[in-house]
Structure formats: C-alpha cells, structure tokens
Design a protein around this ligand. Structure first.
Ligand SMILES: [Zn+2]
Length: 186
C-alpha cells in the first residue's frame, strides 16, 4: 500500500515534475511512493498547470513498440520472419509496419529487424544457429535450396550472420566422401 502523504523534502521535486513532465499521476505516485490520488490532491491544491501531452505516436508509451523492442533484443532476432513476428505480437501487418518504421527511424531496433520474408529461411537459420550441420545438409532438411545464396546476400546487405558451427575437418571430409560414394551406388 502506497502512502497518502508526500514527504516534505519531496514536495518541490514533485511540483517540478508536475510542471515540467507529462508523467501520469500514477507514474509520479510510483516515483514518490505515494498513491495516485495523493499526487492528484497535491496537484489540485496547488493549482498547478500541466504541460499538454505531445500529439501523435509516442514510442515510450506504445505497448506495441515496447513489445517489438523486447523481441528485437533477443539473440538472432533479425532472423525471425515477419510472419512469425506478426503472430507473436498479434496485430495486422499494416499496423505492425507503422510501428516498425518508427522504431527503425529512431534507431531503437536494427534496420534489418522484421525484414525477413521467408518462413523457410527462418527455419533454416534456426538450425544454422543451433546445430553443427553443413549448409547443404540444412538445405536438404528444410527443403530450401537457396539457403547458401540467402546467407551470402544477407551478409552483403549487412546482416549479422555469424560463422557456421559446422567444422569441415579430416574426419568430416571422409564422412562426406563415403556418403557421396554411397549415393552414387544407388
Ligand atoms: Zn508504437
């Protein structure tokens, strides 16, 4: 339960916040450890004039933007396809794009976040980041022949594609040779 009484030492600060910021009574209450009502009473008693809220979209107060920022902070978030992204946030595409553009403009998410179109590329990258498999093995697994060229294209466009976990050493070379040989026989 938050207090009803604003501590005497904090009255000046609260006054300043009321005059200079657009923080809500609720938020100010949290900041000063008092109820929303206590802030409101204080505001009324002193006859304070509050600044008008700036019109338009405010990233800090937009739940959708905040959710997108949260998702973008997870590792490899650029490699989430936009279809999956839409599912995660549960809004139509046009609405989502508006907020994505705002966030990119402000540099709050990476320029590449939310740009991946192919769901199959997303699946392929999912394997690429977690399994020690060659690119061709991933292509076969996902049924996606152009994964290698997609990686090349993404790198050229500045996407942060880490090196493959796959190690092509002497043992692996032998294994691939044997497999190739076996396939030829068939
Ligand atoms: Zn927004």
């Amino acid at each position: 339960m938050r207090s009803w009484v604003i501590r005497p030492g904090e009255k000046d600060n609260l006054m300043k916040d009321l005059i200079e910021t657009i923080l809500s009574f609720e938020k100010l209450g949290e900041k000063y450890g008092v109820s929303r009502q206590a802030v409101w009473d204080f505001f009324k008693r002193r006859g304070i004039r509050r600044p008008l809220k700036p019109k338009g979209h405010q990233t800090e107060e937009c739940r959708l933007c905040q959710k997108l920022i949260q998702i973008s902070k997870r590792p490899h978030s650029e490699f989430i396809s936009n279809r999956t992204l839409l599912k995660k946030i549960g809004v139509p595409k046009t609405k989502c794009l508006y907020h994505l553009h705002k966030l990119r403009d402000k540099g709050l998410v990476s320029q590449t976040f939310g740009r991946l179109r192919s769901k199959r590329a997303e699946n392929a990258y999912g394997i690429y980041f977690t399994k020690r498999l060659s690119i061709s093995a991933i292509e076969r697994k996902v049924g996606y022949k152009s994964f290698r060229s997609i990686i090349r294209r993404h790198r050229a466009l500045g996407w942060n594609v880490p090196p493959s976990l796959y190690v092509y050493d002497g043992r692996e070379r032998r294994r691939v040779q044997i497999e190739r040989h076996r396939r030829k026989k068939w």
